[in-house]
Ligand binder design. Structure first.
Ligand SMILES: [Ca+2]
Length: 170
């Protein structure tokens, strides 16, 4: 792996001389450098930042391979830095190999009770009233809530103190 060290105090100038030893005016080309991106990416065609060395030298922006970030791809991606897991789920960073496979840098723990994961690994509420129409006693009406459900007793009935789903007559 080759690495290029950017040396900003270099200066590059071209002067042409003819057979009579007469010199042309100096040409100071604008030079774009590819740092090599630490071997974890490749240089794009876009320069980054301000030019140095009398405005003559400028580095290309790196396009980092999966799992790396930074101007020279010097850092490993911390997939959990932006706290991508909602509802208190645990977040764990994936290895570079796993990131390439999964297309993301993190993995979330299981959803809390009352939720299931969808195809995007997002927790969505379980509609208990639809998935189990008999979950509430026949003397009540089921009402779905986010993360849970409620049985609302019909008129003349009251919730059994020891139950969440059983109503008793007065
Ligand atoms: Ca629910």
């Amino acid at each position: 792996m080759s690495r290029f060290h950017f040396v900003p105090f270099l200066f590059c100038s071209f002067v042409a001389k003819n057979k009579q030893n007469r010199s042309s005016t100096a040409v100071n080309p604008h030079i774009l450098l590819c740092t090599g991106c630490n071997g974890r990416g490749h240089c794009s065609g876009t320069p980054q930042g301000n030019a140095s060395g009398n405005g003559q030298f400028q580095k290309y922006t790196c396009i980092c391979d999966t799992g790396y970030e930074g101007l020279d791809c010097e850092k490993e991606v911390d997939g959990c830095a932006a706290e991508p897991c909602s509802l208190g789920r645990n977040c764990s960073n994936l290895s570079i190999e796993q990131q390439r496979k999964e297309g993301r840098a993190y993995k979330c723990g299981p959803c809390p009770e009352g939720f299931v994961t969808d195809d995007n690994d997002t927790c969505i509420d379980v509609d208990e009233c639809s998935t189990d129409p008999t979950i509430c006693d026949v003397t009540s009406t089921c009402q779905n809530t986010v993360g849970s459900f409620e049985c609302i007793c019909n008129t003349g009935y009251r919730m059994d103190g020891n139950s969440k789903t059983q109503c008793n007559g007065n």
